[in-house]
Ligand binder design. Sequence first.
Ligand code: GLP
Length: 249
Amino acid sequence: EKLPLNIVEGKEEGAKEIASIIADLIKEKEAQGKKTVLGLATGSSPVMVYKELIRMHNEDNLSFKNVVTFNLDEYYPMSSENKNSYVRFMNEQLFDHIDIPKDNIHIPDGSLPINKIEKYCSKYEKKIKDQGGIDIQLLGIGRSGHIGFNEPGSAINSTTRIVKLDPITIADAAKDFGSEKSVPLRAITMGISTILNARKIILTAWGKNKSVILKKMIEEPVTTKVPASFLQLHDEVTIYADEDATTEL
Ligand code: GLP
């Protein structure tokens, strides 16, 4: 069974579709007096989705008062004030522009001492469960095959934990950090199992440099060498890709 693939003309069109799926769910759950739990991603892939959600907040009265968010990952070590922190990224790209209560936002804390991480990660898992689990998880894909920062070798039953970054990921992040040696060697990430527990998963892949890994994710047998291939085991996954990302399929 192949993963369902939506080929769209560009990320603007894809982002509009994804944002309206999210907005519809928020409104539907709000009408039932329920909160919507979103799993959010960083990187360039979801930026247009966040832009569209901000537009809907400003122009269509979409409220995020009843939205709870859990971000996938954060570099380690990383202070929240650092310009490359995912806290900064999320504030700039989304949270500063919508009416989400601060207490509803969760992003793995990259500033904790190493001996506190394990306990912190199990608490992160517990918080997700206490909110009733993730309704929609947004994902990008790294050229290493990672989702979140689940690099090759990640186990299907992995949960939130500290990981080592793959050399491909470090090379790709060098442009943000100025050089490869400035990129943190580790990260805190939700696990494969955390991601697969989401009720619905939306993965986006834009541009030519995602074409090889997108093919592997969709067409190769499920393998820990391509952590994104674990998504084949989930029955509510939708992939949005542009033409350039699908040239190898
Ligand atoms: C980053 C993030 C991932 C993201 C991926 C792709 O390092 N940790 O969650 O999906 O790499 O990034 P981009 O969307 O910029 O291609």
